[in-house]
Design a protein around this ligand. Structure first.
Ligand SMILES: [Mg+2]
Length: 166
């Protein structure tokens, strides 16, 4: 496979897997709007969508998405070995690697991403509440952190650009 083609495939697969696991770009853009509306009175949804798209275009973000969702999918199929299988199935609170992986996304646009991530992880608005619903029977141990991190990174990008424009 040529380098260019494989790059393309990474990005396409990352987007496809997000969608297959029930996450649309709009869901993440809604989180960005939630995080940023109080700071930007004229905030437009299309700017939120655009910033999510820019975050998703980054290779390190795509890598984190593929890795995290792959582990969630293998957990659903019962294909991991113990003790990891049970730890991911129950979203064990002392595990923490899901959050570490999410930090590689949050990091992309600087440190205000961390504040946004911490806040959204605590509040769990919109799609995050859905992903955290354990009664769904689907493992979203990695996905919830990944989605929160993409929203936090997109918020940071939006905030930096707004600050530069002023
Ligand atoms: Mg998690």
């Amino acid at each position: 496979m040529s380098e260019k083609r494989s790059l393309d495939m990474v990005g396409k697969t990352a987007r496809k897997w997000l969608q297959e696991r029930g996450v649309e770009i709009q869901d993440i853009a809604d989180l960005v709007f939630y995080l940023q509306e109080k700071y930007h009175p004229n905030l437009q949804m299309k700017d939120c969508i655009d910033n999510v798209e820019r975050v998703l275009a980054k290779r390190e973000v795509q890598n984190a998405i593929l890795t995290g969702i792959q582990l969630d999918m293998l957990t659903d199929k019962g294909l991991l070995e113990e003790p990891l299988q049970s730890m991911l199935e129950t979203d064990e609170s002392l595990y923490g690697v899901d959050e570490i992986l999410a930090f590689s996304i949050v990091n992309v646009y600087g440190s205000i991403g961390f504040t946004n991530y911490g806040f959204i992880d605590k509040m769990k608005p919109g799609i995050l509440e859905k992903l955290n619903d354990k009664s769904s029977g689907v493992c979203n141990t990695f996905l919830d952190d990944i989605v929160g991190a993409i929203a936090a990174a997109a918020s940071s990008r939006l905030a930096h650009r707004a600050a530069n424009a002023e």
